[in-house]
Design a protein around this ligand. Structure first.
Ligand code: ZN
Length: 245
């Protein structure tokens, strides 16, 4: 028997919630606990071509994101899900334009075009995303005063989405993150996962960046923190396993 809780997370949660640390799952048993989960970030119409905040090449990741799902027995997805008066929208600040940077309650905030408004077509998943194996959908960015790039916390780390607790209860120790956009929601999700004590990897061919140069720099930080980058390729014609890690 061994404790499957990621230790740094346990320490942090213990301080915050003062709970007893105890054995939860028997990792030696043959139960179908997930161990590793796929987190599909924001594969929503507004981040895809013709969307209001389209990420170049965003649609190219769809086949990769669909295909890799077969390697996981737990799949989670996120949706950016903003009220129409969200403070990250340039349209809600007189005289400001998209990509301007403001101070929002002490946090640096990039202003975006209106996107992923709750209940809108733009906030829906792409019809080309395979969704029927997704067990949990985490909606983020719902508080109009703070943005939320990560699937785990808002940008000020003030409120948890509950995702970490869910993954722990499902026995997850490792997450693979894909989706859009690489340099924002994918990156911050993967970084928070590391900080919480999960092993984390980013599926490079399952993501695209808004600013590829900025992503390059962020990736260095991610690797320095112990994050892993993976990419996939098709099996070669002679049937050898062509996965690249
Ligand atoms: Zn957003």
């Amino acid at each position: 028997m061994s404790n499957i809780f990621p230790p740094p997370l346990v320490r942090r949660l213990k301080e915050e919630y003062d709970f007893e640390e105890s054995l939860y799952f028997d990792t030696d048993s043959t139960n179908d606990q997930a161990k590793k989960a796929l987190i599909i970030v924001d594969m929503q119409n507004d981040f895809l071509p013709r969307g209001s905040l389209a990420v170049a090449g965003g649609d190219e990741v769809l086949p990769v994101v669909n295909k890799i799902q077969s390697e996981f027995n737990l799949i989670v997805a996120t949706q950016d899900w903003h009220p129409v008066d969200h403070a990250s929208f340039a349209s809600n600040h007189a005289g400001k334009n998209a990509m301007d940077i403001i101070d929002l309650d002490g946090l640096q905030q990039i202003l975006w075009p209106d996107h992923c408004v709750q209940g809108s077509k733009g906030a829906e998943f792409s019809v080309d995303l395979e969704t029927h194996r997704i067990e949990l959908i985490v909606r983020k960015g719902t508080n109009k005063r703070i943005d939320s790039y990560s699937a785990f916390f808002d940008n000020g780390h003030k409120k948890s989405t509950g995702l970490a607790g869910y993954l722990i209860e499902r026995g997850v120790q490792q997450v693979t993150v894909c989706g859009l956009a690489a340099d924002f929601c994918v990156y911050y999700t993967a970084m928070d996962a590391l900080e919480l004590g999960f092993q984390a990897e980013i599926l490079l061919d399952g993501t695209r960046a808004i600013d590829p140069d900025g992503f390059e720099k962020k990736i260095q930080l991610f690797k320095k923190k112990g994050g892993k980058l993976i990419s996939k390729k098709e099996r070669s014609p002679n049937g050898e396993n062509g996965d690249l890690y």
